[in-house]
Design a protein around this ligand. Structure first.
Ligand SMILES: [Zn+2]
Ligand SMILES: [Zn+2]
Length: 161
């Protein structure tokens, strides 16, 4: 079993109908699953899957993503035709884009390293995540987890440069 998220950036992602195509040119800082009830509704599933991509390594190649979700502080970008939820911009963390990893081709970068909001999870929902948090992880937890992910999954190569 290969544990590397992918040695093969760039990767291409797309919505279900194919109107929106994006490119990920840098490997993720970390991968996540979120069990919150908001993600359950937006994915119509047990949890969302994300790969946090350095913002400079993310590019929409085709189509015009539209804001979906709550239209609040977090910007949830979707395809306006098929309504697939594609990626999220977090104003407080402008340096990265949370890409919904199932939109990417292939199986790479989809296994969650961290899971959040387990306090809201469906009783049967489990993931292989290494770190679990009942809510959103505290700010100080991220640098250590990102370093651990990079060391283990990215072959020690810096994804931040
Ligand atoms: Zn679409
Ligand atoms: Zn969530």
């Amino acid at each position: 079993m290969t544990r590397r998220p992918s040695p093969d950036a760039p990767a291409t992602g797309r919505c279900r109908c194919g109107r929106i195509v994006f490119e990920v040119a840098k490997p993720p800082l970390i991968t996540m699953a979120c069990h919150c009830t908001g993600c359950q509704r937006m994915t119509a599933s047990a949890f969302s899957l994300s790969a946090a991509i350095p913002a400079e390594g993310f590019r929409v190649m085709e189509g015009e993503p539209a804001i979906g979700g709550l239209h609040g502080e977090l910007e949830h970008f979707c395809c306006s035709r098929c309504m697939s939820w594609l990626f999220t911009r977090i104003p407080a963390a402008q340096s990265m884009i949370n890409v919904r990893s199932p939109m990417l081709e292939g199986a790479d970068w989809k296994e969650p390293f961290v899971e959040t909001w387990t306090s809201e999870k469906l009783p049967w929902a489990t993931t292989p995540a290494r770190h679990s948090f009942p809510g959103f992880p505290p700010q100080e937890a991220w640098p250590r987890m990102i370093a651990e992910f990079q060391a283990e999954f990215a072959g020690g190569a810096s994804a931040k440069s």
